[in-house]
Design a protein around this ligand. Structure first.
Ligand SMILES: [Zn+2]
Length: 357
């Protein structure tokens, strides 16, 4: 288990790479006790119980919160999103989704899963994944995962759930409310009446606030008295519109809906919550896929794939807490992920003097 985690941290997650490492002189420095082959890892991951790793991830997050790892951040969010990963030519497991070309021929397969990430603070912790096979859906998988996540983290761990427009539907928003959380969800064309009402209301009005963030200029429109659509059991809906002017002239505009009262969360704090959705994209999926093994099929078996994704989360969580919180004490800037990997690699190559006594 440790070999799988530490190899993920040093970005050598392929099973044959792990085999080479544990059969090399680096094994002791990696704190792996014995040698084994890549087939052992296949056999092992098929049989691991994902619930143990999920609970371990939640326990790490709870401990991080107790130890103030999320700074003095007033609001902690849970970001939800789905992705596709691990392409395969042939279908080999129940999670394989066929990929069709324009002629509706099957040209390959991939795997889908939802991820949940603790967001809102500088440190971002992906702490669970939930696969969904054909016939299942991102929304259903994310709902199951959110309920499990809140159960594992405890009721008052987080303040809000942030997600894209797919999640802007009454059953999901009610589910979030039942868990004691507020929702911050993108408002798009799938709610045409509310979107049209917000567009009309904000069109001829000056922004309610504007400020500079980095090199961008941000304008915000905010109103909390929109009517809920028919199936939504909220008394009113609050809508935030932002317009972000980038230095190259590009303008980005988006609408978000929430049930946070204006008295509890100001426009600017709500804007930050909406933007925290990008943290799962960047520090969950992109990091996991581009630098680690999230995209890779190491052993094509449902449980091995799931365990690979969960252990990827665990490795990212351990790496971030170690680098950004444990090592970063005092004045110096924290290491970047790449700097830490380089330091770790160099330490693996240190040859201890032979004992000649
Ligand atoms: Zn498969």
């Amino acid at each position: 288990m440790w070999a799988l985690i530490i190899s993920e941290v040093i970005r050598q997650g392929a099973f044959h790479a792990i085999e080479s490492l544990v059969r090399s002189r680096a094994r002791r420095a990696l704190a792996v006790t014995r040698r084994f082959g890549d087939d052992t890892l296949a056999y092992f991951t098929e049989r691991l119980d994902p619930s143990v790793t999920r609970k371990a991830l939640a326990q790490v997050a709870q401990r991080a919160k107790r130890n103030k790892a999320f700074d003095c951040q007033r609001f902690i969010g849970l970001a939800l999103d789905g992705t596709g990963a691990a392409r395969s030519r042939k279908a080999r497991c129940a999670l394989c989704h066929p990929i069709y070309n324009a002629e509706h021929e099957i040209v390959g397969h991939n795997h889908h899963f939802s991820m949940i990430c603790i967001v809102g603070a500088e440190i971002v912790l992906p702490f669970d994944v939930e696969p969904y096979g054909p016939g299942d859906s991102e929304l259903a998988a994310s709902g199951r995962m959110l309920e499990r996540g809140v159960e594992h983290l405890g009721p008052r761990f987080a303040d809000y759930v942030v997600a894209d427009g797919l999640y802007a539907n009454a059953p999901f928003l009610h589910r979030v409310g039942k868990l004691g959380l507020r929702a911050v969800v993108r408002l798009k064309g799938n709610l045409p009446e509310l979107l049209a009402a917000a567009e009309a209301r904000f069109a001829n009005r000056p922004p309610s606030s504007s400020f500079t963030q980095g090199k961008d200029h941000i304008e915000l429109w905010d109103a909390d008295d929109f009517d809920p659509w028919e199936s939504l059991k909220w008394s009113t809906v609050r809508v935030l519109k932002y317009r972000q002017h980038k230095p190259d002239g590009q303008v980005v505009e988006a609408y978000w809906l929430t049930d946070f009262p204006s008295g509890q969360v100001g426009s600017r704090a709500l804007f930050a919550m909406a933007k925290s959705r990008w943290q799962i994209e960047n520090q969950g999926f992109n990091e996991g896929k581009n630098r680690h093994s999230l995209e890779r099929i190491r052993h094509h078996h449902e449980n091995s794939l799931l365990m690979g994704w969960l252990l990827n989360c665990l490795a990212l969580v351990i790496e971030r807490l170690y680098r950004l919180r444990y090592l970063h004490r005092g004045e110096r800037q924290p290491y970047t992920a790449m700097e830490l990997v380089r330091i770790m690699w160099l330490s693996l190559g240190v040859v201890r003097p032979a004992n000649t006594s």
